[in-house]
Ligand binder design. Structure first.
Ligand code: SF4
Ligand code: SF4
Length: 70
């Protein structure tokens, strides 16, 4: 029998193009985003539920919601 495959949606940040404005961090309902050393947004993959609010808020459009297998 095949192993059970679960899929989840998660946010990924293109860190090179992030301007560290913090808009995503403020809007995240799960407090899953922090600004790493004032340089770029980092998403906690365990906390993120993939709702997409951060991606809609990001002025630089550097957040992508992807489906991942867990
Ligand atoms: S997708 Fe939702 S839960 Fe995940 S980091 Fe963005 S706002 Fe937070
Ligand atoms: S909203 Fe976009 S540009 Fe601003 S910190 Fe988050 S990922 Fe970076």
């Amino acid at each position: 029998m095949d192993a059970l495959v679960r899929k989840r949606r998660r946010a990924f940040v293109e860190e090179r193009d992030c301007v560290a404005c913090g808009c995503c961090m403020k809007i995240c309902p799960k407090t899953a985003i922090s600004i790493w050393h004032g340089i770029a947004a980092k998403v906690d993959p365990e906390t993120c539920v993939g709702c997409g609010k951060c991606a809609r808020e990001c002025p630089a459009s550097v957040i992508e919601i992807r489906e991942v297998t867990v």
